[in-house]
Ligand binder design. Structure first.
Ligand SMILES: Cc1cc2nc3c(=O)[nH]c(=O)nc-3n(C[C@H](O)[C@H](O)[C@H](O)COP(=O)(O)OP(=O)(O)OC[C@H]3O[C@@H](n4cnc5c(N)ncnc54)[C@H](O)[C@@H]3O)c2cc1C
Length: 429
C-alpha cells in the first residue's frame, strides 16, 4: 500500500498530537500514524484494559538490568495514563540551547487549563502527607494539574486512563486535529525513514495488512523516548539512542495508624515539594500504585502480608537520573544506575520516610519499592541528534517528543513537550 501526504506525524502522544493539531489548524495536509490502537469508553480506567490493552509489555517492560520503564502504546500515547501533572521543566536548559518557549508555555497552560489542584480534590491521605511535609519545612503545595476538578471523581485511577474525561490527554488534540482535516491511521508501526539525496521522503511501516509506504514532504517522528531512536537507528542515524534518561523514581509506603485514609482512591500526585530539586535532583509527591502493581514492584513483600490498603500512605521520590542509558535498533534498552542515581533515590527515600514518621507512621511499618521509571527521553537530544530547530541531519526529518530533551527533567515533561511541538509547528508550516 502507498499513501501520500504533505506532513507525516509518527506517534500521537504529547509531541505528535500537538504538532499535528497545530499544522492542521494552519490548513496543512497532515497524516498521523500510530502503532497503538484506540481505547475509550469502558476500555479506559480499568487495570485489566490498561495492563493488557495499552501499557507496553503489560507494564512490565524492563531495561536489560531489570528496571521497569512504563510507556503506553496507543492513540494519545503515554499522556492517556498520566497523572495530569502540568509543570514547566527544563526552561533554562532549553534556553541555553537556543530554544525559548515562553509564549508556547503560556499557550499550553491556557489550553490545558492548568491550575493547582482544587483544594477539595486533595484527599485525607495526601493532606496528611502535605501537612507532615510542611511541618518539616518542605514547602509542599497543591500540584498544578490539567484536570478539570468539576469532572474529577477522585477514583485514584489516573494512571489507568481517565473514565470521566476530567484529565486532558493528547487524544483531545488528535480529535481537534481531525476536526481540522488531519487523517489518523492506527496500527501502523513505522520501521524506518525513507531517504533520497539526504532528504526524508517518507517512511516504511508495517500494518496488519502488510508493508505500507507513506510518502511525505516533511516527516515528524514523535514515537517517544524509546520508539523514536529505534526508527532513527534503523534509518542510519547511528548516534540516536545514546544518552537515554528515564526519571527514576521509587515509592516509600507506610501503614497509617489513622483509620482508612484511602489515599489509593485520591487524585495521584495531588501535591508537590520541589524543595530538593535544584540541589539534590528530586521531587516529592504523594503516590500509591494500584494494588496489583504494588505487589509486583515492592522489594519487601513480607511487609505486604496482612496490611490494609485503606490505611496505606505512599510518597514518590522522582529523580533526575544520569543520561547513560542506551536504546538499540531492536528496541531493547539499557538503564544502568550510576552512583549518583543510587544516591538521589536513597536521599529521596529518606525524605519520604521522614515525612511518614512525622505523619505518625511507625518505623517498622515503612517499606520501599524498587526503582522504576516513567519518562524515557534524551535519546535524540537537541545538540546531539537534532539542532535547536528539531531537524536531524536528514533534511525534512524532525523529532518532536521526549527524545529531544537535553537532560533528565526529574519531573513531569508533558507541558514542555507540548510547548516544543507548538514551536515546531509554527516554524515548519
Ligand atoms: C504512569 C505515567 C504517568 C505519567 N504522568 C505524567 C504527568 O502527570 N505529567 C507529565 O508531564 N508526564 C507524565 N508522564 C510522562 C509522559 O506521559 C510522557 O513523558 C509523555 O507522554 C511523552 O510524550 P512523547 O510524545 O515523547 O511520547 P508518548 O506520549 O509516549 O507518545 C508516543 C507515541 O508513539 C507511538 N509509537 C511508538 N513507536 C511507534 C512506531 N514505531 N510507529 C508508530 N507509532 C509509534 C506510541 O504508540 C505513542 O502513541 C507519565 C508517564 C507514565 C508512564
Amino acid at each position: 500500500m502507498r499513501i501520500k501526504t504533505d506532513f507525516l506525524v509518527v506517534g500521537s502522544g504529547a509531541g505528535g498530537a500537538t504538532v499535528a493539531m497545530e499544522l492542521a489548524k494552519r490548513g496543512k495536509k497532515v497524516l498521523i500514524v500510530d502503532r497503538g490502537g484506540i481505547a475509550n469508553g469502558k476500555d479506559i480506567g480499568t487495570l485489566k484494559s490498561a495492563v493488557f490493552g495499552f501499557y507496553d509489555k503489560c507494564a512490565l517492560r524492563t531495561s536489560t538490568e531489570g528496571i521497569i520503564v512504563y510507556r503506553a502504546l496507543m492513540a494519545g500515547g503515554t499522556t492517556v495514563v498520566s497523572c495530569g501533572n502540568g509543570v514547566r521543566v527544563l526552561e533554562e536548559e532549553l534556553k541555553l540551547r537556543g530554544v525559548s518557549l515562553e509564549n508556547e508555555f503560556l499557550e499550553t497552560e491556557r489550553e490545558l487549563g492548568i491550575a493547582p489542584l482544587r483544594s477539595d480534590r486533595i484527599g485525607p491521605g495526601s493532606r496528611l502527607i502535605m501537612d507532615a511535609a510542611n511541618r518539616l519545612g518542605l514547602e509542599m503545595l497543591p500540584m498544578p494539574k490539567f484536570i478539570d476538578a468539576a469532572k474529577c471523581v477522585s477514583c485514584g485511577n489516573c494512571i489507568l486512563g481517565c473514565k470521566t474525561g476530567a484529565k486532558w490527554s493528547a487524544l483531545d488534540f488528535v480529535k481537534k486535529a481531525r476536526r481540522s482535516g488531519a487523517k489518523f491511521i492506527r496500527k501502523i508501526d513505522v520501521r524506518s525513514v525513507a531517504v533520497r539525496g539526504g532528504r526524508a521522503i517518507g517512511v516504511v511501516a508495517k500494518s496488519p495488512k502488510g508493508t505500507v509506504r507513506i510518502y511525505a514532504d516533511k516527516v515528524i517522528l514523535a514515537a517517544g523516548g524509546i520508539g523514536t531512536p529505534v526508527i532513527l537507528k534503523r534509518s542510519g542515524i547511528a548516534n540516536a539512542g545514546n544518552k537515554l534518561f528515564a526519571d527514576l523514581f521509587n515509592v516509600t509506603y507506610g501503614v497509617s495508624k489513622q483509620k482508612e485514609v484511602d489515599q489509593w482512591k485520591e487524585v495521584s500526585m495531588s501535591t508537590l515539594s520541589t524543595k530538593f530539586m535544584k540541589d539534590k535532583g528530586f521531587i516529592i509527591s504523594p503516590f500509591i500504585d494500584v494494588p496489583l502493581v504494588l505487589r509486583w514492584v515492592t522489594s519487601k513483600r513480607k511487609q505486604l502480608q496482612g496490611f490494609r490498603y485503606k490505611n496505606l500512605l505512599g510518597i514518590m521520590a522522582k529523580t533526575r537520573d544520569d543520561d547513560i542509558g542506551k536504546v538499540t535498533e531492536r528496541e531493547i534498552f539499557e538503564k544502568t544506575l550510576s552512583a549518583g542515581d543510587h544516591e538521589r533515590l536513597r536521599e529521596g527515600q529518606s525524605v519520604a520516610r521522614n515525612i511518614l514518621l512525622e505523619a505518625g507512621v511507625e518505623e517498622d511499618d515503612i517499606f520501599f519499592t524498587k526503582p522504576r521509571a516513567a519518562h524515557p527521553g534524551g535519546s535524540a537530544a537537541i545538540g546531539d541528534v537534532v539542532g535547536s530547530n528539531l531537524e536531524t541531519d536528514i533534511k525534512g526529518l524532525y523529532i518532536c517528543d521526549a527524545s529531544v530533551l537535553p537532560v533528565s527533567p526529574g519531573a513531569p515533561p508533558i507541558v514542555t513537550i507540548v510547548a516544543l511541538a507548538k514551536r515546531l509547528a509554527g516554524a515548519i508550516s
